[in-house]
Design a binder for this molecule. Structure first.
Ligand SMILES: [Zn+2]
Length: 156
């Protein structure tokens, strides 16, 4: 364990320790774990050295990359519905969501959870998945509209 005298209070010891934080991604918070800094055992001031800053940047980037992979946006949802000729209400019912879920997701009134985003991506990207979901739900699926598959979405 590395430690040094605190430059803020000049009394406590700066002790290196891991910490977690949350960052905004669109309308959601994503948790970032395993960041590193020095924390004063007296005054609670923290600082990071160059090595910790580089480590923290790469941890943040990896978490944001993972989040993009498990995110969907309005264009993705609209393309998925268009491909299967589904209204917002019909799509919500098909996926077992609340009946206004697609409307809220597409207007960004509520965020798509990660498990739901993964399911929707599988339905969009893996042949037969949406048909299987329709069979499980006992829903008739309109014939597929042929067009390019929905693009993967990148959050700013
Ligand atoms: Zn201190």
């Amino acid at each position: 364990m590395t430690s040094m005298k605190c430059p803020f209070c000049e009394d406590g010891q700066m002790v290196e320790q891991p910490y977690d934080t949350f960052v905004r991604s669109g309308r959601r918070n994503i948790q970032i774990e395993g960041l590193q800094h020095f924390l004063c055992d007296r005054c609670d001031q923290s600082l990071t050295n160059r090595r910790q800053t580089a480590h923290n940047r790469s941890v943040m980037q990896a978490a944001q990359d993972r989040d993009v992979i498990t995110s969907v946006d309005a264009a993705f949802l609209q393309a998925l519905r268009a491909r299967h000729d589904l209204t917002q209400r019909a799509a919500s019912r098909l996926f077992g969501a609340g009946e206004s879920s697609f409307a809220k997701w597409e207007s960004a009134q509520s965020a798509v959870s990660t498990p739901t985003a993964l399911l929707l991506r599988c339905a969009a990207e893996v042949p037969g998945v949406i048909e299987h979901i329709a069979a499980l739900r006992g829903e008739a699926l309109p014939p597929t509209v042929e067009e390019a598959p929905p693009a993967v979405v990148h959050l700013a």
